[in-house]
Ligand binder design. Structure first.
Ligand code: KG4
Ligand code: ZN
Length: 349
């Protein structure tokens, strides 16, 4: 069953052709990072306009790379929500128009279910229920995923998403967008214990998150001491001679310490979710699941606790259309096709 998937919920215009839910024939992602970079975050109106410009070439490329014409497709799927209203309308509108023109079914996909589907895109797949951390720019939540891939929310963030905290602090540090990747890179050569940032855990049993206190604490540090210098710049400028906190904490140390505070909470709550549900399988998906420290610490903790961990390859962590086409296959297998009259659902959860 050949499905063309389309994703346009935020700042990536993506299209992919996937056979029977697993065989990836093409995977095209046109990123708008360079366009939103100067603003330090996604500008919705700019995103919609770029999606309009990219959508047809991206779909054409996906079909060409898969070596298949639109006539050979069995169905077309697109992200229905959650996401930016104008951005979603472009992908969903294109998918419905194509499906109508070619007389084939259209399958709407929830973006978060798409991310969860990516847990099955690694070398090994979960068998039976698992606890899943969905951690991205817009979402941070834990779900119990059942055998049939239906999901139950266990706990979500009360305020910011983890990716949003990464992006906002990276913007203050003036290190580029998307901030998570920039912080991840700098942190590789920093000391995670250089600055102690707060970890919000509520009570031990809670599966909710909060990153606004951490964000405020990091922002206050920057306001008080200025942007920490890179290690190389400190040597050049001989800033190390001064006794200020800025001189003692390099940009790399700051990045590593900030990242550690986020990772600690994500790891402990994911393990706690598995414990509370009596599960021995966990997964982490979404853009922040590409974080190298999160991948390392979650693997170590899962190993220590005898839990199997499933993480998608990095290219399937951030937004992509393979997860949408693959999810659509599962939806079709479960409940068949829906109608082309369906509209976007920007605020779905
Ligand atoms: O899943 P995604 O592409 O879009 C949403 O659905 O939100 O996630 C984007 C988020 C951004 O906040 C970005 O900074 C973060 O994922 N991200 C990372 C890394 N790569 C992307 N965060 C931490 N470490 C990374 N390596
Ligand atoms: Zn996403």
């Amino acid at each position: 069953m050949l499905i063309l998937g389309i994703e346009s919920s935020c700042d990536e215009t993506a299209a992919a052709v996937v056979d029977d839910g697993r065989k990836v024939l093409s995977d095209i992602v046109a990123s708008q990072a360079g366009i939103h970079g100067p603003y330090g975050g996604v500008v919705p109106e700019l995103a919609s306009r770029k999606h309009l410009e990219y959508i047809i070439p991206v779909v054409d490329m996906a079909l060409k790379e898969a070596g298949c014409s639109a006539e050979k497709l069995d169905a077309i799927a697109a992200t229905q929500g959650p996401g930016l209203v104008g951005a979603l309308l472009v992908g969903l509108g294109a998918a419905k128009a194509m499906a109508y023109a070619h007389g084939i079914p259209f399958i709407p996909v929830n973006h978060l279910e798409g991310h969860i589907q990516a847990a099955f895109m690694g070398d090994e797949q979960p068998e039976g229920p698992f606890a899943c951390l969905v951690v991205s720019g817009g979402h941070t939540a834990l779900y119990k995923v059942s055998d049939d891939c239906t999901v139950r929310l266990l706990g979500a963030t009360r305020d910011d998403a983890a990716g949003e905290a990464f992006d906002k602090i990276a913007k203050m540090l003036e290190i580029g967008y998307p901030g998570g990747i920039a912080i991840d890179r700098l942190a590789l050569s920093g000391n995670p214990e250089a600055v102690h940032f707060p970890r919000s855990r509520f009570d031990r049993e809670s599966l909710e998150f909060s990153f606004s206190g951490l964000k405020t604490s990091a922002a206050n540090f920057i306001r008080k001491h200025g942007i920490p210098h890179k290690i190389s710049m400190r040597e050049d400028a001989e800033v190390q001679r001064t006794e200020s906190a800025q001189a003692e904490c390099s940009l790399e140390d700051f990045a590593a310490s900030f990242q550690e505070a986020i990772v600690d909470v994500l790891v402990s709550k994911t393990i706690e979710a598995a414990r509370q549900c009596g599960l021995k399988q966990i997964a982490a998906v979404g853009g922040v699941a590409a974080n190298s420290r999160l991948r390392q610490k979650l693997s170590e903790q899962a190993l220590a606790d005898g839990i199997r961990l499933f993480m998608p390859p990095i290219r399937f962590c951030t937004d992509n259309a393979v997860m949408i086409a693959s999810s659509a296959y599962r939806i079709w297998a479960r409940s068949g096709f829906s109608s082309e009259t369906l509209d976007i659902d920007a605020f779905s959860r």
